[in-house]
Design a protein around this ligand. Structure first.
Ligand code: ZN
Length: 477
């Protein structure tokens, strides 16, 4: 019989995201939304979680604003050896961001948003797989879209999802897909035929294919790709026995590495030396009395980032300055060693959500998920759960407040450092605007902001400032 699985896009957003458990190396899947009606397709096996901190030389390429009139946050991974795949992701992300910035941001003062987050699907043996999820509120095409990217380390080649299927089996695979989709609510059979028959539109539509832990293949279609937009996302799941004969040699290796991952990823790249992690250790609690001396709280959002955060920690240690880091969960999962170094050096680690969405646009359970998963990742890295959070874009309302026990932190001085990327301007802005007991907003994902810090520390130290964490400042006022 025909099956029917319509999955609301926001549920998928959760289902596709790696939970904080990824950072501890366990299965990070969070289940899969499914249709509860009688006769519905059985829930496909979940996608296995990957611990990104085990990927040698991994760099997360992040960009974001902190401005509610132009809210965007993008991220994708740069894995040594998979440069062609990184280039494909960069091209897609750059295009989306350029579109968003030239459209939504030019007008200013609107409530539109672009968010691109990443999730590792496989990082094992000679196979790398990543899904980028784009939440776009910028216009007619608004909604969630997902795309998977594959890298074949044996061949040294980037592969699109269709590369998982052997050339000679593509017709049979497409016929089976059509057969599964036809008859579902919202599917236009004629449009479906033409979309999947034309090679170009076929490649565009079949841009999200992933194996499940039991060896089955899951194909996801974005809203409006094969059905009427109100019907949302469509998913087709093939069991292992059906899909295996149709797979390419690469597809078979991806299937194998998904079901039984190797201990490590080896794409044949030259070994990358592990980046140095500062080992500065704070000696005891901070006894600065902000009633008696002039205090200021520097805060750094959106990290950790390698190598910028390590550079920043070294500068802060040189001036015995303490700071507060509002970290993004997906970056904590990639670089727990840097978050550990922050805490060890006496800095405060706060929560800045998992992937930097505007929390006021989410449901209470989505807000809780964004914050809880990040707190769990911070606790896994440092042994201590955070008590503070900073809402992305400073966007907060009663619903966000009631979804968490964390205390919100906004800022007094906004450097807008994400906008101009100019070391001297960042330093001048902070030095000109700083006042006693201010909370200053910067971002440690930008090398220019990190480079501005020594000048800020030197000048403000000369003026008698003491650099404390947000909680220390609050406790002493
Ligand atoms: Zn931010």
């Amino acid at each position: 019989m025909r099956t029917h699985t319509l999955v609301p896009s926001l549920l998928l957003l959760g289902a596709f995201s790696c939970t904080a458990a990824c950072s501890s190396g366990s299965d990070g899947s969070s289940g899969t939304a499914s249709d509860a009606r009688p006769g519905a397709a059985p829930t496909p096996s979940p996608v296995r979680g990957v611990d990104p901190s085990k990927i040698k030389g991994l760099e997360i390429v992040s960009d974001s604003s902190e401005q509610s009139s132009c809210p965007f946050a993008t991220s994708y991974p740069n894995v040594p050896g998979a440069e062609a795949m990184t280039a494909a992701m960069k091209k897609d992300v750059d295009e989306r961001l350029a579109d968003f910035r030239s459209g939504a941001c030019e007008g200013g003062g609107n409530s539109l948003e672009l968010n691109v987050s990443h999730q590792f699907l496989v990082a094992s043996g000679d196979v790398l797989g990543v899904r980028l999820s784009t939440q776009d509120h910028s216009g007619a095409g608004s909604g969630l879209s997902t795309r998977t990217y594959w890298y074949d380390g044996k061949a040294g080649a980037y592969r699109t999802p269709l590369g998982l299927v052997a050339d000679g089996s593509q017709d049979a695979f497409i016929a089976a897909l059509k057969d599964q989709l036809k008859g579902r609510e919202g599917i236009d059979a004629t449009a479906l035929d033409s979309t999947l028959s034309d090679p170009a539109s076929r490649t565009a539509a079949l841009d999200d294919m992933v194996f499940t832990t039991d060896g089955g293949l899951r194909v996801t279609f974005d809203r409006g790709e094969v059905g009427v937009p109100p019907a949302g996302t469509y998913m087709v799941a093939f069991p292992k026995e059906t899909i295996t004969p149709w797979l390419s040699a690469f597809g078979q290796r991806v299937q194998q590495q998904t079901m039984t991952p190797s201990r490590s990823l080896d794409l044949g790249a030259a070994p990358v030396p592990a980046p140095a992690v500062p080992t500065h250790t704070a000696s005891g609690d901070d006894d600065t009395d902000c009633k008696k001396v002039t205090c200021i709280a520097l805060t750094f959002d959106d990290g950790p980032a390698a190598p910028e955060t390590a550079t920043l920690l070294t500068s802060l240690a040189q001036y015995r300055a303490r700071a507060t880091f509002f970290t993004v969960g997906q970056n904590v999962a990639a670089h727990p060693e840097l978050v550990r170094a922050e805490a060890r050096a006496g800095h405060e680690v706060g929560n800045h959500s998992w992937n930097h969405p505007d929390l006021t646009k989410l449901t209470p359970s989505q807000i809780a998920s964004q914050l809880n998963r990040t707190s769990a990742a911070i606790k896994a890295a440092t042994g201590k759960a955070p008590t503070l959070f900073r809402p992305p874009y400073g966007a907060i309302n009663a619903q966000v407040k009631s979804a968490t026990t964390l205390s919100p932190v906004l800022w007094d001085v906004d450097t807008e450092d994400w906008k101009y990327r100019d070391e001297d301007k960042v330093a001048r802005t902070v030095i000109a605007k700083a006042q006693r007991n201010d909370v200053v907003l910067m971002h440690d994902i930008h090398p220019t902001s990190v480079a501005a810090v020594p000048q800020i520390l030197r000048t403000l130290t000369d003026r008698g400032y003491h650099f404390v964490t947000v909680s220390h400042l609050r406790a002493s006022l």
